[in-house]
Design a protein around this ligand. Structure first.
Ligand code: GDD
Ligand code: MN
Length: 824
């Protein structure tokens, strides 16, 4: 049953005892809505009436953490009986209530056993509808914390903070914490929201020491790499009853900010230097820092002399001003000579921190200067002495706090994710801003992909050229690609993905350069409208790979086909599929099979398959990577093409791509960089018959699948479940590029959401694979093309061919046709 922690069992209750079915042990809720309540008797019933029914499809439960002295507990008990979702409650005794709202939230979170915990107020200031949207967003997106925000998109404090001064206090305390933690809260607009959700497995609750109201703030600060999304909502007025916020809460809040800031600073200062090499580098930096500091002392002394001697300012006042001058001097030199752009954030931001540090240290120095001067030391010597004395501390603060290096894993994902259901779903700039230059709407290029999906585009999409159709009616276009201005003109500080509207959604991805950069939007309606910015439009490969193909994938799924990451050829009438992780040697193997064994070509990268085991050809131009060059014969390309190919293949290899992925961790306009790179050096793409003379097969029934690997020669059958998992992982791997990660979970196509689309895709794959024999074939000398034709013909793998199975095999294990679990 729904009993929780035995220690608090006496104080807890559940209204589910009689509801045996819903209380089944095996169906754990996916989400627990934790509602802290303190004397909210007039609000509970109204809250549950609006909240509980909407939670049913999300498989959620409700958990009240009740610190009331009025009748709230009894009201919960009554209302729970009528609730269509499980309702539990913890009634805390007076002794347990210290820590207030913060500790209540934690108590609730610790008593939950679901993956997600959502926290909301009991007084209906957080509209239940917004909370449900937030829950759905959390369950769908690949993030760890989702925040209800009043400070982004259509979100607002509305009438909710109408009490005099409340809205000012709220917006100023918001500014205060953002200034105190500029990096950790960089992508967060409402760090003090009381409406939020978090994934229990990715945040560490044991480290929390909540005091007062601001639990989310602490959660964000203590989990610096948790991925965050926000949902815009309007804060409502209290339904009934009194707010528990008070001046005392305000003081607690300020103390908490100071405490968190201090803990973070101590943490940063303690962060040791791990390796000897790093310690050596640090010693170098210290030396350089010292040299800069020495010149700074000269500047400082000069300024002090000018101010005190020439202008006749009081010694200590002069020393204070002199510090500003030398600080600017030191900062400029340190920035350029010692750290050379290390540290996160902007140079100006680091300058401000540097100034703050030196002024704080100056407050420490001034009394000592006065003391030393009493002891008959001259003002210049006293000033210089205190500067030298604090050298080590200054260096440590600079090295570990201001210029702390953030590794690729540290820090938050720099892309802002905002879900804004109330925002109007008008994506295309032309409709929104009539004053912009009118662009033609005409779709000059039309494609009919495998007779299943039609695409119309204003830019030529080389990957789809094979499917160029003579005529596709405007009304029949499933996916349209147009060029336009997406988003506002002004540059942004970081990239953002915004999801506007609720039923017909518009997804907008914007990067730093503003509208003229690599922005794009996707409008999901009865047809899909993609608008790409002018920079992107000039890199059709980027448009296709990062946007169109992701959508094509799911439109195909909605029509019973799957875009499977694999190569496919026909050998002697048998459909043979090849799969491998990127850069293994799949393309080279395909080329050799075509050349040396007269295979027919169907696809090299993505194959369109159905649940009946059929594959349809999808001859995208082949991307030639460094090791694929071997399989291309010298006379097939011109000398100039060869030279270009060498450079291209290096740039567009897996290594090149992983650099791009790493760049994305920093706050860089990754789509823009990608588009520019591809404009300057287009990826090496050649149509297959340009590389090897061959024939095309239009469709085939696939019977054999080889997963090729590098390594000690090996051949082994792979079970059905294993194959499905591998092929799914492998297909996902093909979509690893950043915007996809944010885009995909937001998709709804033909009324199917992302989870449902993925479920169907799996079904199609299971159907497809049920008639396919899968073998893993490892080779250490790119020998796959020699083995595969033999294996397809059913010959025993010859020992002299270098394939030595790990265990001696007496007769190959026969393929047992396992039935897929969810086959139709
Ligand atoms: N269990 C428990 N114990 N619940 C409490 C306690 C407590 O000590 N104090 C307050 N609550 C509950 C209230 O019953 C209500 O459900 C919720 O916490 C918020 O309390 P309010 O008194 O309504 O606070 P507020 O509306 O001023 O503050 C809200 O907005 C702030 C931002 O403007 C909260 O959501 C804050 O977390 C948020 O920072
Ligand atoms: Mn409230």
């Amino acid at each position: 049953m729904h009993s929780i922690d035995p220690e608090v069992d006496t104080n807890t209750g559940t209204a589910l005892e009689k509801d045996g079915e819903a209380a089944g042990e095996e169906r754990l809720p996916a989400l627990t809505v934790v509602i802290p309540a303190r004397n909210e008797q007039e609000n509970i019933t109204a809250l549950l009436e609006r909240l509980a029914p909407a939670l049913v499809p999300l498989r959620a439960e409700i958990l009240f953490v009740d610190d009331s002295d009025d009748d709230t507990t009894a009201v919960i008990e009554c209302a729970a009986v009528l609730s269509p979702v499980p309702v539990r409650w913890i009634h805390r005794s007076l002794a347990e209530r210290s820590g207030g709202l913060g500790s209540a939230v934690l108590a609730g979170a610790s008593a939950a056993c679901s993956e997600w915990v959502l926290v909301m107020d009991a007084d209906l200031q957080h509209p239940p509808e917004a909370a449900v949207r937030l829950a759905a967003t959390a369950l769908r997106h690949d993030v760890d914390i989702v925040i209800g925000t009043r400070y982004a998109g259509t979100g607002s404090t509305g009438e909710g903070l109408a009490a005099p001064g409340r809205s000012l206090v709220s917006s100023w305390s918001n500014r205060l914490v953002k200034a105190a933690f500029p990096r950790r809260l960089a992508t967060v607009t409402d760090p003090m929201s009381g409406l939020f959700a978090f994934r229990r497995s990715t945040v560490d609750l044991r480290r929390m020491q909540p005091r007062g109201f601001k639990v989310l703030l602490e959660l964000l600060l203590r989990n610096p790499s948790a991925r965050v999304a926000e949902l815009a909502y309007v804060f409502e007025p209290r339904h009934a009853g009194q707010t528990k916020a008070s001046l005392r809460q305000g003081a607690t809040f300020l103390r908490q900010v100071v405490r968190l800031r201090r803990q973070r600073l101590v943490g940063q200062l303690r962060s040791g230097t791990p390796t000897g090499r790093e310690r050596l580098r640090q010693a170098w930096r210290m030396l350089a820092f010292g040299l800069v500091g020495t010149t700074g002392i000269l500047v400082n002394t000069g300024a002090l002399w000018g101010l005190a001697h020439l202008l006749g300012l009081h010694n200590l006042v002069a020393a204070a001003f002199a510090t500003q001058a030398s600080t600017l001097w030191n900062w400029a030199l340190v920035e350029v000579l010692v750290y050379r752009g290390r540290g996160s954030g902007s140079a100006a931001g680091r300058g401000v921190r540097f100034l703050l540090m030196n002024n704080a240290l100056m407050l420490l120095r001034l009394p000592f200067i006065a003391l030393l001067m009493r002891a008959d030391l001259g003002v210049y010597s006293a000033n210089a002495l205190t500067l030298v004395a604090l050298f080590a501390l200054r260096f440590l603060l600079s090295d570990r706090v201001i210029y702390a290096a953030t590794g690729p894993e540290g820090g938050r994902d720099p892309v802002q994710l905002l879900v804004d259901p109330a925002a109007e779903a008008t994506p295309s700039a032309e409709r929104q801003q009539p004053q912009t230059r009118r662009r033609s709407h005409y779709l000059a290029y039309r494609y009919d992909v495998a007779g299943t999906v039609t695409i119309g585009s204003q830019i030529r999409l080389p990957e789809l050229e094979f499917f160029r159709a003579g005529w596709v009616d405007d009304e029949d276009v499933d996916i349209a690609v147009r060029v336009g201005d997406v988003g506002p003109r002004r540059p942004r500080r970081r990239a953002a993905l915004t999801e506007n509207g609720s039923s017909d959604k518009v997804l907008r991805y914007e990067e730093h350069l503003g509208r003229f950069g690599a922005n794009f939007s996707v409008e999901l309606g009865s047809s899909i409208e993609i608008v790409v910015g002018p920079l992107l439009a000039r890199s059709p490969h980027v448009v296709y790979t990062n946007i169109v193909e992701a959508l094509l994938r799911y439109v195909l799924v909605s029509r019973g086909r799957m875009l499977l990451h694999s190569a496919c050829i026909e050998l002697d009438g048998t459909g043979v599929m090849l799969s491998a992780y990127t850069d293994t040697g799949k393309t080279a193997t395909v080329l050799r099979l075509l050349r040396e064994h007269g295979g027919r070509f169907l696809s090299d990268d993505m194959t369109v398959v159905d649940a009946e085991g059929n594959a349809v050809c999808f001859p995208k131009p082949l991307t030639i990577s460094a090791h694929t060059l071997r399989a291309v014969q010298a006379d097939e390309l011109t000398r100039k093409e060869w030279r270009r190919l060498r450079l291209q293949s290096r740039l567009h290899s897996k290594g090149g791509r992983s650099i791009a992925l790493r760049l994305a961790r920093f706050n860089l306009p990754i789509m823009g960089i990608n588009a520019l790179t591809q404009m300057l050096v287009p990826p090496p793409k050649y149509s297959v018959d340009r590389l090897v003379p061959c024939r095309l097969g239009s469709s085939t029934r696939v019977e054999e699948l080889f997963i090729i690997q590098r390594g000690a020669p090996r051949l082994a059958d792979l079970g059905f479940a294993e194959t499905v998992a591998q092929m799914l992982a492998n297909t996902e791997d093909a979509y690893g590029f950043p915007p996809y990660r944010y885009l995909a979970p937001a998709l709804t196509i033909a009324g199917l959401d992302h989870a449902e689309l993925k479920r169907r895709e799996r079904e199609i794959l299971e159907g497809f694979l049920s008639g396919v024999r899968t073998r893993v074939l490892a080779s250490d000398k790119f020998g796959w093309a020699d083995e595969i034709p033999r294996l397809v013909r059913g010959e025993h793998p010859a020992a002299e061919a270098g394939v030595t199975p790990r265990q001696p095999v007496v007769g190959w294990p026969s393929w047992r046709r396992e039935q897929p679990a969810a086959a139709v």
